[in-house]
Design a protein around this ligand. Structure first.
Ligand SMILES: Nc1ncnc2c1ncn2[C@@H]1O[C@H](COP(=O)(O)OP(=O)(O)O)[C@@H](O)[C@H]1O
Ligand SMILES: [Mg+2]
Length: 356
């Protein structure tokens, strides 16, 4: 590879890791820019932790290499030790030293003469008043702040967070993820988190990379990955996905819910006329209305989500669509309805799947 001309802090280049012949991470390319907050999102077992361990130097790649600040720190014939990399790592369980105070925990990664830095870190995470406490006397959110302060204290180039919010209660989880983003942005550190929680990934990240089975399926801004998933896997993983089948005419896509104009189908044109496609319709893209005349379908499931109700409608062709309604509960299971597509952005589409 030639010398980097970008401001990227971290680069993974064709990284593959196998355990006993089973591939955990496969041919992974990833570039993270300075100061960026990136999240790797994917189901359990897809290789997220392994990726972080490869970056931290706790695992050695079988193929490919890892660059930090333009220097190769790991490749298949050599590997710099974790303590010699400019990387901070926060584990899911925070791994604080129970017999040390907050202050001593934060000081741990620093080589002496560090009082100013400890003060700075405790202020950054808002724990100045708790410096003498032991971790057992702290709340979950406070423990997480200590873990964060400890890993930020030595000023790493890259901060890695493995499922950082999964041990926290729901309400705290939402507050802490915003707080963590504020803290790392203020510290200016390049950060990679991993999670299986799509809402978390979408809400705090500059970019999201979706992983499946050891591979990176798609990477991009949260809104782009959500609105225009490049695969059905990504579409499904990022939120309730319904697929409405249709075929392309010279007007648009003809579906059981009417014609969807080309303007509202991402990148589709007349050139595809005659092709069978599936449109991605998310719950907020569809509304159920009382049937007039010929109904589009029947409500087969009703779910109360708190702020909204979601109805699952089975269409005459067997497709199902989720319709999300705010506040008002309008239907029961068995009701016949019309379904209206709320087209305020182009829908993603996929070539129709063969039905066996
Ligand atoms: N030390 C290990 N030895 C053997 N297999 C492992 C080891 N670590 C992870 N794996 C396997 O590699 C795959 C990816 O694991 P992991 O990176 O932990 O996934 P995730 O963090 O996304 O849940 C899984 O199939 C897992 O069983
Ligand atoms: Mg994991």
């Amino acid at each position: 590879m030639s010398e980097a001309v970008t401001s990227s802090v971290l680069e993974l280049d064709g990284v593959t890791k196998r355990y006993d012949g089973e591939t955990a991470v496969e041919d992974l390319d990833l570039t993270v820019e300075e100061g960026e907050f990136m999240t790797l999102l994917g189901p359990s077992g897809c290789g997220k932790t392994t990726t972080l361990r490869l970056i931290a130097g706790l695992e050695k790649p079988d193929e490919g290499r890892v660059n930090i600040s333009g220097e190769v720190v790991a490749c298949d014939d050599g590997c710099r030790k974790p303590e010699c990399r400019d990387v901070g790592l926060v584990f899911q369980e925070f791994a604080l030293f129970p017999h040390m105070t907050v202050e001593e925990n934060v000081e741990f990664g620093l080589n002496g003469h560090a009082e100013d830095r400890v003060d700075e870190m405790l202020e950054l995470v808002g724990l100045e008043g708790h410096r003498e406490k032991n971790p057992e006397n702290l709340s979950g959110g406070q423990r997480q702040r200590v873990a964060l302060a400890r890993s930020l204290a030595p000023e790493p180039e890259v901060l890695l967070l493995d499922e950082p919010f999964s041990n926290l209660d729901v309400g705290l989880r939402v507050r802490m993820r915003e707080e963590v983003r504020r803290i790392v942005k203020e510290a200016g550190v390049t950060t990679i988190t991993v999670t299986h929680d799509q809402e978390e990934a979408l809400s705090i990240s500059d970019r999201v990379g979706v992983m499946n089975d050891g591979r990176l399926e798609q990477i991009g801004k949260p809104e782009d990955v959500f609105q225009t998933p490049e695969s059905r896997f990504v579409a499904d993983f990022l939120g309730h996905a319904s697929f409405v089948s249709g075929y392309v005419s010279d007007e648009g896509v003809e579906t059981p819910l009417g014609t969807v104009d080309f303007d509202y189908v991402e990148g589709l044109t007349e050139a595809y006329t005659g092709v069978d496609v599936d449109l991605l319709v998310r719950p907020d893209d569809a509304t159920a209305l009382p049937a007039e005349g010929d109904p589009d379908g029947t409500i087969i499931h009703r779910r109360y989500d708190g702020p909204s109700f979601t109805y699952r409608v089975e269409l005459s062709n067997g497709d199902t669509v989720h319709c999300m309604h705010n506040h008002v509960d309008s239907f029961e299971v068995g009701d016949e309805v019309q379904v209206r597509l709320e087209l305020d952005h182009p829908l993603a589409w996929y070539p129709a799947e063969e039905t066996a």
